[in-house]
Structure formats: C-alpha cells, structure tokens
Design a binder for this molecule. Structure first.
Ligand code: ADP
Ligand code: MG
Length: 338
C-alpha cells in the first residue's frame, strides 16, 4: 500500500466545516472574525507515553483526547486537527483500529482531521489541534486570585493507579483494574466544562502531569499560593480502599504521619492522587461567590466538580490533612513511576 492509499483509506473523511481538507499542500479553514484561534500540539511516543503493544483503538482515542483536553483548558471550542504519524510498518489491522478510535472521538466532538504527515519511523503520533475562542474569553493559567476556591473535575489518580498496576508496582484485582483502566486509556476530555467556565473561572489548567505539578503552574503564573485539603480530593472507590490508611489508622499499622511512617499502598495511592499524570481533568479557580454557578454546571454536565482548597498569598501548594497538619509530599526514595 502506498503512502497516499494509506492516507486516503485510514485518515480521509468528509470535512464539511473546512474550506479545503486533506489532499493539497495545506488545508484552508475559515474562522469567524470575532474569534481567536487556539492552537496546541501534543505528541505521543511509543515507549514513553504508551506501551508499544497498546490497543490501537484506545490509542487513537487517547491521541486525540489529550489534545482536546488542551482546548478544554483554554475554554476553546475544538474545530480542526492535523495528525503527524511515524509508523514502523504498514499494519492495516492496526491502522483500521487506530483510525476508528480517533474518528469516534472526533465525531463526538465534531472535530475535523484536515491534514498531517505520514512517515516511516518509530511509532509516534503527533496531533496539532485548532479551536476557536471569542476575543478575551480564553481561560488562562494566570489570573488566580487570593481567596479563589480551587476546584477539580472528575476523579484524581486512577490513570496513574492503572499504570502502576501495568508496570507491576501493585497488583489490582481484575475488577479494580477494570474500574481504573479507562482513565488511563480512554480519558474524557472536559471540553463542555471548559466552555461553561468561560467568564466564570479566573484560571484553568488541565491535569496531565499530576495535580500538584499542574496546580503549581497556575500558582506560578498567577503569583499566588494554595492550600488544599487532602481529604476533599475526589477519588474513586478503588483508590479510597487503597488510601484508607491515610485518613484512618491502618489495620496494618503505620499510615501517613503515624509512627510507622508510610504503608506502601496508602503511599502509592497518595502519590497517584497528588502527583499521578494522565488524568486530563480540569483544575480551576473561581471566586467564592460563584459556588452556586459551579454546582449548577456540575449538575448540567453530569460531571462531579469538587472544591479542594483555596488560593492564598505566597507561593507553592500546602496539602493539609483532616487535623490541619501538613502532609509532606514524599518525593525522594519513592519512585514507582520511573
Ligand atoms: P506534502 O508532500 O505536501 O507534505 P503529503 O504527501 O505529506 O504532502 O500529504 C498529502 C496530504 O495528506 C496532505 O494534505 C496532508 O496534510 C495529508 N496527510 C498526510 N498524512 C496524513 C495523516 N496522517 N493524517 C491526515 N492527513 C494526512
Ligand atoms: Mg508531508
């Protein structure tokens, strides 16, 4: 199969919202004069971002989802994408599944694939996404203000937990893994939430590198600090079971801050919740007066939105436990993810 047959068969679809799609030297799109173009690129490299034998349908989904998530975090309406793919071989079964997963999500969000590049090489998938946002409406990392509530969507840490299982750092029961795996393999980009937060949120970021890292970007860009309550962080039932010993005395002894130091599972859970990557939830700050508005958005979108803390003067993020003591984040000596 030639390169052009491959592009035609697996990546060319009707693009009614595009002036000129795949097939020429560049695509042409028409943008509304009142809009700004939001542009972002995310690359997934085999062995770094996914396992070489990853399910191609889910990989197609994720390749697009991580890019849609960046549009969500800007409050932009995603419109068009390009896809640059380096493929080690032409594996038609793989391509069929990959493009099916990619286009299923593209259809869901009415995003059109309008171009790209295809070469032979180590499996790498790079999407550039273009979205529209009205002048002055983009949601930025800067803009968090002292006193703002800090919110997150969905649940935290399941993607990292599923990864820890796949890497053999922990063993989850089949049912537990099944509950966590979709967060890792088929994240739901929070596009509708991003749009609903226009004019409401002071600052927004999507959580791709873990809550503390990404909230840290908001804090740095906004020149403020944060206090978050560990017990308020939204987590799944599976994660709750693993992390129970953090909040309550562990039946095995120990627990965070306790004399016995960290139990392995609660420490892993805590690490997933606070520092786990690949969640693709939104973290955002909103003035306290807007709480009812956020609760309404949560109901309308049928998406859990959880208030986890507050923006304070200073810099950096303090994580507090129920009794008000500061949870120290164990970085050194605990490295399940490398
Ligand atoms: P050029 O030689 O000008 O770079 P190509 O031969 O690489 O063009 O691509 C031909 C057409 O197919 C272009 O419109 C390009 O955008 C599109 N294209 C190439 N690879 C992909 C892909 N993986 N997905 C979508 N469109 C692609
Ligand atoms: Mg080319």
């Amino acid at each position: 199969m030639s390169e052009f047959d491959l592009i035609r068969r697996y990546f060319t679809r009707a693009t009614p919202n595009t002036v000129l799609g795949i097939g020429d030297d560049a695509a042409l799109v028409r943008i509304n004069g009142d809009m700004k173009l939001a542009i972002s690129t995310d690359m997934l490299v085999s062995g770094t971002h996914f396992f070489a034998d990853a399910d191609p349908y889910m990989l197609g989904h994720k390749t697009l989802a991580v890019n849609l998530s960046d549009m969500a975090a800007m409050g932009a309406q995603p419109r068009w994408v390009t896809l640059a793919a380096a493929l080690p071989t032409v594996d038609e079964a793989w391509l069929a599944q990959f493009s099916a997963g990619f286009f299923a999500l593209a259809d869901e969000y009415q995003v059109e694939l309008i171009g790209g590049d295809t070469t032979r090489g180590p499996l790498t998938l790079c999407v550039t996404i273009l979205g529209e946002v009205p002048h002055g409406a983009a949601l930025r990392r800067e803009g968090a203000q002292i006193g703002d509530d800090i919110w997150v969507s969905g649940r935290l840490g399941d993607a990292a937990l599923a990864l820890a299982h796949m890497q053999g750092h922990i063993h989850l029961a089949e049912k537990e893994f099944a509950a966590c795996a979709p967060a890792l393999h088929q994240p739901s980009p929070r596009v509708a939430l991003g749009l609903a937060l226009r004019g409401v949120a002071h600052s927004v970021i999507d959580i791709s590198d873990g809550l503390l890292a990404d909230l840290g970007h908001i804090l740095q860009c906004s020149n403020v600090g944060a206090e978050i309550q560990f017990d308020m962080l939204p987590i799944s039932d599976v994660m709750r079971t693993l992390s129970r010993a953090i909040v309550h005395p562990s039946p095995l002894g120990g627990g965070v801050g306790g004399e016995g130091g960290f139990d392995l599972l609660p420490a892993l859970a805590q690490r997933c919740i606070l520092s786990g990557g690949d969640d693709y939830e939104l973290c955002f700050t909103v003035p306290e007066a807007q709480r009812p508005r956020i609760e309404k958005i949560s109901t309308q979108l049928n998406l859990p939105l959880t208030r986890i803390g507050v923006i304070v003067p200073g810099s950096g993020c303090r994580v507090l436990s129920t009794d008000g003591s500061i949870i120290s984040i164990q970085e050194a000596g605990y490295d399940h993810f490398r």
